[in-house]
Design a binder for this molecule. Sequence first.
Ligand code: NAD
Length: 477
Amino acid sequence: MTQHFINGRHVSGRTGETMSVVAPATGEEFTRIACGSAEDVDDAVKAARAAYEGAWGRLTAAERGRLIAKLGQKVLDRFDELAQTEAQDTGKPMAQARADIEATARYFEFYGGAADKVHGHVIPFLNGYSVSVVHEPHGVTGHILPWNYPAQMFGRSLTASLAMGNAVVLKPAEEACQTALKLAVLASEVGFPDGAINIVTGRGHEAGAALSAHPGIGFMSFTGSPEVGKLVQHACAENLIPCTLELGGKSPQIVFDDADVAAAVPVVCKAIVQNTGQTCSAGSRVLVQQGIYDGFMGAVAEQFAKLRAGTPEMDLDCGPVINAKQRGRVQSFIDQARAQGIPVIAEGQIAQGVPNGGYYVTPTLFGQVPRGNRLEQEEVFGPVLAAFSFTDEEDAIRLANSTAYGLVAGVWTGNGDRQQRVAKRVRAGQVFINGYGAGGGIELPFGGTGKSGHGREKGFIALEEFAVTKTIIHRHG
Ligand code: NAD
């Protein structure tokens, strides 16, 4: 049984209600978490406010940075334990869990180093005036996060805010919150003052809704589905506070007929099966120029057919998906596409010996998906890749920009002019040329357009999101 973490201490929820947490690899309960209520959220916001006005707020930027960097070292010291916890909570293969903890440590290293490097500037103005522009914290920031990369999301969302001097309240996903709770304890151990980091676990429509509506929050960072993102943005509008929304995607990989096929094929496969397809930036559509479509997709199919899904310890290409509901959802996409006669051009396998109760899905590759189909338009969030063919550059752009999403895109071509033209015209917050995925990409601004959300996280730009710009105009005669 785990509790909330408020004001530097583990506390039970005010209502005493708990909920089950199930290991996706087995389908069995392995712990219970506290169900946060509006009162718990209020306690957490008050603790954060007190830390902001007290011990945490008094630290210099260099002192904050040093604490954040120490937390990064602590993550490396406890690497195996954190990777095990992440794998148990999410079902992901151990190699993926280790990569995630490595990336989490990188967030602490990066933002620890950045904390004292956000400098203001001076503006030359009228004679007799001095004008300076400074960046100040919001005060208390709220963070609502999903279950797919729980530790990395903690590193990405909370750490940039802490670096700017905010105190934070996190509502992690109810399906996977164990690493976040451990990271908060490690933060206390390295010397974060009580109340700087607070975690309220529980259901979205209870604890999450209470956090997004709380008048004590100065900024909200939400990562999750577009549906819930809208609710969060509505709640922020009521309090007239800004928010970032990091939502889903239907990201295209565009392969032209002059692409380096040998380089592209393994990357196209990995971009959809990494984390069992449960990645916002998953390359879930592959668009291939007509002349090479059969040859290219034949090579992808050959690799796809070798994919295996298994337990974290088996450490195969995929794990299970997060829960029974998600498995049902992914399976319904597969079943419907089959019923519509869309050809399955390759299938991976679920490994022998996986526990019967686990939430495994067969990786599935659909070829020549009709335009406008659900597989083109909707995020599956599972190991399902949809292939399309296009005629020329115009057609490729039309197809790439045909969804309401705009998160990430990949462009595969040897033609330098085309690389730049397509990168400019494709609607996405990040575009990869002759590659895809950045292994965390801590330094690289990240975020979407349209249904993929707004605002940017990662890199230095995130620090500006978590700050208020103040212009100080001094008339000195
Ligand atoms: P979700 O929207 O269901 O849940 C996300 C979080 O919101 C959870 O903590 C949940 O408890 C909370 N929540 C649910 N209802 C709420 C409410 N009414 N008010 C406030 N909070 C509420 O999303 P999910 O299923 O956990 O995650 C999958 C989605 O997240 C996918 O669409 C995926 O693409 C997206 N995602 C985006 C990014 C990104 O950076 N763009 C990263 C990871 C995941």
